[in-house]
Write a protein of this length. Structure first.
Length: 108
C-alpha cells in the first residue's frame, strides 16, 4: 500500500526494491501469480482495496443479469461468484448486447 499515490517513477523504484529483497522462490511466485485472483492478507487491504471492490462488482453483475434475464438459478449464481474480476467485467460488457443469459456469461 506504500506505493498508492506515488508518481510512476517512485512506484517502479519501490516495486524493484521489494522484488530485489525477496528470496528467489518468492520473487518467481510473485512474478507469475494471477493478480486478479489474489486475496489481500491484511484487514486494511481487504477493506479498502480488495473485497469491497470485488463484492461490489459481483453485486452489480448479478443485478444486471437478473434485471435482464429474470431470476437466476442458484447454480448460475454460484458460477458467477467463482468468476474473477476480469471475467465479471467481460460479463458486464456482454450483458449490454447478449440475447441470452448463456451468451452474457460466456465461458466462465
Amino acid at each position: 500500500m506504500a506505493s498508492v499515490g506515488l508518481d510512476a517513477e517512485r512506484s517502479r523504484l519501490y516495486c524493484d526494491l521489494v522484488l530485489h529483497s525477496l528470496p528467489e522462490a518468492a520473487r518467481q511466485a510473485l512474478l507469475t501469480m494471477d493478480a486478479s485472483k489474489y486475496q489481500y492478507q491484511s484487514e486494511f487491504a481487504r477493506r479498502y482495496y480488495g473485497q469491497g471492490k470485488a463484492e461490489g462488482r459481483l453485486e452489480i453483475v448479478l443485478k444486471q443479469l437478473a434485471t435482464r434475464y429474470g431470476n437466476l438459478a442458484p447454480a448460475v449464481v454460484t458460477r458467477i461468484q467463482g468468476a474473477n474480476a476480469a471475467d465479471l467485467d467481460r460479463i458486464a460488457e456482454r450483458v449490454l448486447t447478449a440475447q441470452t443469459l448463456d451468451e452474457a456469461l460466456g465461458s466462465i
